[in-house]
Design a binder for this molecule. Sequence first.
Ligand code: NDP
Length: 345
Amino acid sequence: MSGNGAAKGAEEPRGAERITFEDLVAAIESKLTAAGAAPATARVLATNCASCERDGTLSHGVFRVAGYLDSLERGWADGTAEASVEVAGASFVRIDGRNGFAQPALAAAGPQIEQALADTGVAVVALRNTHHFSALWPELESFARDGRVAMGMIASGKLAVVPEGATCPVFSTNPFGFATPVAEADPVVFDFSTSSMSHGDLQLLRTEGEEAPVGTGVDSAGVASTDPNDILDGGGIRPFGGHKGAMLSFMIETLAAGLTGGAFTFEIDAEAPEGAHTFRTGQLYIVIDPERGGNEAYPARVQGFVDMLRGAGMERLPGDRRYANRAEAAERGIPVTDTIRALFD
Ligand code: NDP
């Protein structure tokens, strides 16, 4: 291995077809620390990013490392920031990420979140001044594995979504995620953008020279287009589900930006330096202890519900694909792509 920031302690994958999860985490971590991230921050981000790659959420996997490095190297995000955590009420935890990344800031509030859940059964976790450009499911799944119901949302910060009637992008792709424990099974976790396609997937299509599905977006003149170049360069992505997706996106910005004190997409997009990949925005999580519902059998009841859905023909539930990829990666390793090889340059 060679070059500043080349992965240390990880097995060189050049020529290999698979890499272990642990080696991938180490490789990303090494790049992030070389770019100025504190070790604990680098660990949290690398684990998140490698988890996305391992589970097949490729739009937020290793392909995103370059964006993290860019934000660190130009000083746009602070990889050494220590989040300030304030208990604003028995159930309300406010976090100022101080221009750091959201996942380490959320991790820093772990004790306060646990206290709110113990005292009241609910934790509303409001983050501001935080950069988040990954998937929501890693944190949500973790809450569900601890027996909690959790939902999360992000005002994601890049003006990209043009609802019907608007003449320019007014929202970002603003994702929403939900996770619930299920007795004797993995949690059910869904997590998707409120746009017809995530920005990351569109970028991947562009890289691969492929068209987007009909209805994905518009060009700079507002005319429907399936060309990722048109949509990404001056055009815009449509919300999913017409006005319904648009108003979900509205709700996400009002909660993840308005309520948290973080920036709305229209504010942060103007502030971000040219070419920035991460955005200093806000996120909101709501975590619930389901035992407070007066129903100690919650996970078993959800299990019965899930069994009914599968019995009705819904063979694939959100999370199934990721868990299958994860099981395969545990057995055979994670497929090594050129993007992963580049971590070792
Ligand atoms: P998708 O349209 O790919 O949908 C993803 C969700 O739907 C997953 O939970 C997936 O489960 C589930 N799913 C997909 N197809 C099916 C199916 N046929 N049956 C059942 N469940 C299905 O998501 P997006 O492309 O919109 O978003 C991808 C990621 O991008 C998300 O993780 C999101 O958080 C992230 N994102 C992050 C942003 C940010 O600013 N931080 C902005 C926008 C998006 P499974 O995973 O098991 O396939």
